[in-house]
Design a protein around this ligand. Sequence first.
Ligand code: ZN
Length: 1033
Amino acid sequence: MDLFDSNSTEHANLPRNMIENSMFEEEPDVVDLAKDSTAFPAFPSLDPDEVSYEPRSSRLLVRGLGENDMDEDEEDCESSARLLGMSFMNRSSAHRSNSSPYTRQPPPRSCSRPSARTMVVCVLFLVIVASMTMVLYFLPGCTFTKAGCRKPNNTAPAEQISPISTNGELFPWTQLRLPRSIRPLSYELTLTPDFDSMTFTGITVINMSVFHNTKIIVLHGANLNITKATFKLDGDPIRDVTVLEYKPKQQIAVKFTEELKAGQRCVLTLSYSANLSHTYDGFYNSSYTDKDGNKQVLAATQFEPLSARKAFPCFDEPAFKATFLIKINRKQNYMTLSNMPKAESTPLSNGLVQDEFEKSSVNMSTYLVAFIVANFTPISRNVSETMVSVYAVPEKKEHANYALETASKLLKFYNNFFDINYPLKKLDLVAIPDFLAGAMENWGLITFRETTLLVRKESSLLEKQVVASVIAHELAHQWFGNLVTMSWWNDLWLNEGFATYMQYMSLQIELPELDIGNLFLAVRFRAMDKDALNSSHAVSTEVNTPEQVEEMFDSVSYEKGASILLMLNASLPGNQQFRKGIINYLNQFNGSNTVTDDLWNSLTQVDVSPHQQNILEMMSSWTSQKGFPLVTVSRKGDQVTLTQEHFLLTSDNTTYTSSLWNIPVTYVNDSCSLAPECRQLFTLKTKSGTLKLPESVKWLKLNYRNTGFYIVHYGEEGWAALIDALSTNVSVLTHEDRASLIHNIFALSRLGRVSFHQVLNLLNYMHSETETTPVKEALLQLNNIYRLLDKRQESGLVARMRAYILGQFGSLMENQTWSEEESVSKQELRSTLLETACGLNEENCTQKARSLFKQYVNGTLRIPGDLQQVVFTVASQSDKDWTNLLNMYKYAIYDSEKRKILQGLASTQDTRRIVWLLKAALNGDIINTQELPLVISTVCKGFAGYLFAWDFIQVNWDRLIEKFRMGSFAIQTIIKSATSQFSTQAHFEQVQAFFSSLKERGSQMRSVQEALETIRLNQLWMDKNLPTLRKWL
Ligand SMILES: [Zn+2]
């Protein structure tokens, strides 16, 4: 599965503080607004009943409590306002009444200076609220310890309480994982969807083999109304059986009085009915409006990880592989698709047509089964005996060409690279109008979002890069995941880390013009940022609840998994050992399931050199423990000592881990630093190690081109030597090495090992930097700090940070063009620079963007794809153009452009519009609900809406977890977007209180721990560095 992280594919992570003078002069309270929908007639009115933004108790904690960053007068005013139940919204928007951070004034007083009595009441009130909050929600002691908080089901014990079936009988199984005594061999599914009632009926016939004597058959089924069940054992006659259901674990069971004996075969036939799902998993319904304005209904599936059981009863674990024969009964005006090619179509007496697909020629895990009932149009091509087709809704057929061409090229590449041909006769790639993930690798029937499959001929290479990456990822899964599958979700990285690595590797070779290396480098940095937290997890980690399964779909499984494979491949001698090991692995485990050690053993078995490493020994240190090492360099004469420790960001000084890694440390020095031949290798397995260098060496750079998953601290002298070298000539290091220095020094500042003054020292060389990766990394880091300052209303520092960024990058910004640009790398560079410039309200930039938008609306100009985001974002700050954009959004057909318009809309600083957008995205009429995480993450970057978004999430929590599933990547994105902007004690407490109150509805999620840690770290960083910023910025 591709997660389609809206942040990682986005090309800049920027502040959106562009505010028009006039917009916030008189900001009505949002509650009043909801009642007075006529005040804002430009778009559908707000329904007062549905806007539940009345002040809540938690609202009282929004600002001020425990903060020491406000002056006394301001705090008095805050407290009084709180006592009066006033919305904080008034104040936050009032703060934004100046167009430029340079001239931002203190907030207008919305209340007069309180009397002494009021102040006493305020103080008393605050003390009571603070004490209650602390008592009720005091941070569990485990939050920042080495082990983190244990989840309640961590050891998956057999339940003490006997589970009771829906019919009142005792359910015969107590565990999450199914018993191993029965194995499915083949399934025959017949499905009949009904789009009038949005239901479907099904008949599932399961052929099974008994492995151990048993009196029960236990399998999965969720929300299926089983109407008839029969059972047949080898030579016995067919008989009716009773099916027991245990809803909390989504399991069903049949009990027998006699034992089924090992070696016997049996058949269970279940007839059932169910609703088509209205979320994005199971067998779900979707719709779109065609070019004539008619609503077209369709149904598609998304089963990974745990939703096949919502469409048919099955043994829904990846290790239970079986063959599938699928039949779908449809109306005549629909077409159907499934994993295998269609075998025949037969008219039925009820007027429907039955499409029968060939029996799968391979054993598949249930999560890879897929079927679609829709009206799509294909384009096809034969590639090495496989018919490759790309399907889309009819009017977007011509947007499918690039995908067909790319998929064909990559299929040939993988057939050759893995030395095993893709095993099916056909491969369909289908763009589904409603789809939450980026794509899903169902065997032979890969499903995509429209954005990740369809591009126009004139689309920019940057848009094509998104499509090519997702196709490359999903195609790699046809081998890694489909052919060889992880035994259980704890090793999800075997699927996802591998597919992610192959996606970058294959594109670097097959489509070098896409410059995919820059993106891979950036995602490795982001994976480190997450893995540096105590809440992170080992790549291969225990998984015992459905939420934990969902949570495995994160950047540790994907990007860290890919990063450690890159590190391994880069440290192996010769360029064939890795590939040979992979081919070994695929051949050895073809059709079966594996654990992580199987991969390392296969790679170790490839004997290519006498000094070969034990790969199992080396890589276990990277997959079995969380986090990664910090390597510290200290030099005395010709002796260089390297010391490793866990790079652990923690607010708790007593947390200490003794983790050690087997690190393939690479390094270059001033005598030879650019070519691959310059690179030297030193294996650091112990706490410290020493290498020798000629004394004449002026500087050392470790982690050549950042192919290793570790951070390096060079000590004061080491950094000074590197900074000195770069200020003389930036080209002494590769651009990846420069970006890695920038990433590392910001990380070290967060860890407290270097002062922010040292960070600024390194950034001084940036005047002469023109390469994409270092500029992007520096701007991303600076923008993150800018946003935190902005949200703490440190107006003086915000202005100085703005001046600093414009000072450092101003000339590079001015040098950017606004016309078509061919190179992907240059597109990335200029979109990052211009989005920052316009985000900082730099006059030249915003003027140019406005003028482009004007010509675009007139139809006299096409905006280059990489600049659309910045232009739409600037446009959305004006009243009239926001409405224009909304109309454009409604009528836009091309999904990638639609998403950019939506990000533009969501970066408005008009709070009424923000509320409307959040609500519209949740309702799903005008804005698809699949885009809600994108709306929330965009809103949260800006000042005006981030508190609204947080409130919105709290109020609508139950709907969110129903729509997106607890622990899912969408929920992770939502939590992270909303909370990573907080840096105060009050927000920490509020976030903690909210999630604690959820109990089993989310309090145990890893992303909650991550959110709390992040806020705490933001707070600590601010406390520590504000004085430095005041002094040096
Ligand atoms: Zn994937």
